[in-house]
Ligand binder design. Structure first.
Ligand code: IPM
Ligand code: MG
Length: 358
């Protein structure tokens, strides 16, 4: 297959993990006989530093012309004082919206051998396998009106959801559950928010079309507690934009490290794939970043955007094999007697195993 993939390294460790992701893509191309044309573009703080806007027109054009987009991370504390439109994060928010990528899939599972990597007891996390389905182009992130009052003494954002927006993301969650554990937990704050009451109503209605799926509803505060105390009770968590942002980071802590989590943003013109972690300026350039979230995002890209299932599985198996062989970046609990490895060594260990795939 011939495919064009837009690479947006962005900022901080985004650059390091994008290098790992592109090596993984090239290994898949060689091993399985595909031709991937990788085209890199500026985005986020890197674009601002080059005197451009966070999402330059050329970057957006390249993304729209590609078969899939891989993004490393955006964010740099040096832009903290800037207005929202001049911050690196504006790039990703605008890109998601321009693409119409409303469905964000964030799987979190415990890799065998990593049960003791996080702060929870191994017997609590063993076997955890959750998929957070996060609505990505609505809610507080985009609702109008938003702004700061003229006197600077107050500020406001608007949480807004339409029936149509809820219906389409709910359908993604139910369809995903059909391929997994057949359970959907819809997370809202229906005891307080009108948007959540509408959310619960619409999700319930859509659920009637999926009698084979067991649907439950939870308030977001209860879910935040239960996911940390009984994480195995979840299969698919369906939730709105901000709640999904928060709960997906929490699921990173549960499975051992945020650096492990991949994501896919689909449903729009072109699929967008990125690790869940941010630009981590504190460790950028120190060869410490865990490339697994990025390489796992490559697997999601292969599966969702290019429909290359066997290739996606080979990448995931290579990650599992590198972990089984004892490779651990510093964010993961080291194996007794073994030193942690750098970002590049971890990526190389995985890529060698992709190249050895049958
Ligand atoms: C994420 C990030 C983004 C978000 C930021 C960088 C805008 O935290 O993808 O989870 O809030 O969606
Ligand atoms: Mg986040």
């Amino acid at each position: 297959m011939n495919a064009t993939i837009a690479l947006l390294p962005g900022d901080g460790i985004g650059r390091e993990v994008t290098a790992a992701a592109s090596s993984a893509l090239m290994a898949v191309a060689d091993q399985f006989g595909h031709a991937f044309d990788l085209q890199a573009y500026d985005v986020g703080g890197a674009a601002l530093d080059a005197g451009q806007v966070p999402l330059p027109a050329e970057t957006l054009k390249g993304c729209l012309a590609a078969d899939a987009i891989f993004l490393g991370a955006v964010g740099n504390p040096k832009f903290d004082g800037e207005p929202p439109a001049r911050r690196p994060e504006a790039a990703i928010l605008q890109l998601r919206r321009e693409l119409g990528a409303y469905a964000n899939l964030r799987p979190a599972y415990v890799w065998p051998g990593l049960e003791d990597s996080g702060s929870l007891k191994p017997e609590v996390v063993k076997g955890v396998d959750v998929l957070v389905v996060r609505e990505l182009t609505g809610g507080l992130y985009y609702g109008q009106p938003r702004g700061v009052a003229e006197d600077g003494q107050s500020a406001f954002n608007t949480m807004r959801y339409s029936v149509e927006e809820i219906e389409r993301i709910a359908a993604v969650a139910f369809e995903s559950a059909r391929l997994r554990g057949k359970r959907v937990t819809s997370v809202d704050k229906a005891n307080v928010l009108e948007t959540s009451r509408l959310w619960r109503q619409v999700v319930t209605d859509v659920g009637e079309r999926y009698p084979d799926i067991d649907l439950g509803h939870e308030y977001v505060d209860a879910c935040a507690l239960l996911i940390a105390s009984k994480p195995r009770r979840y299969d698919v968590i369906l939730t709105e934009n901000l709640f999904g942002d928060i709960l997906s980071d929490e699921s990173g802590a549960i499975v051992g490290s945020l650096g492990l989590l991949p994501s896919a943003s689909i449903g729009g013109k072109v699929g967008l794939f990125e690790p869940v972690h941010g630009s981590a300026p504190d460790i950028a350039g120190h060869d410490k970043a865990n490339p697994i979230g990025a390489i796992g995002s490559v697997a999601m890209l292969l599966r969702h955007a290019l429909k290359l299932d066997a290739e996606a599985t080979a990448v995931e198996q290579a990650i599992g094999e590198a972990l089984t062989a004892g490779y651990r970046t510093v964010d993961l609990m080291p194996i007794p007697g073994k030193s942690p490895v750098g970002s590049k060594s971890m990526a190389t260990a995985i890529i060698e195993r992709i190249r050895a795939a049958a």
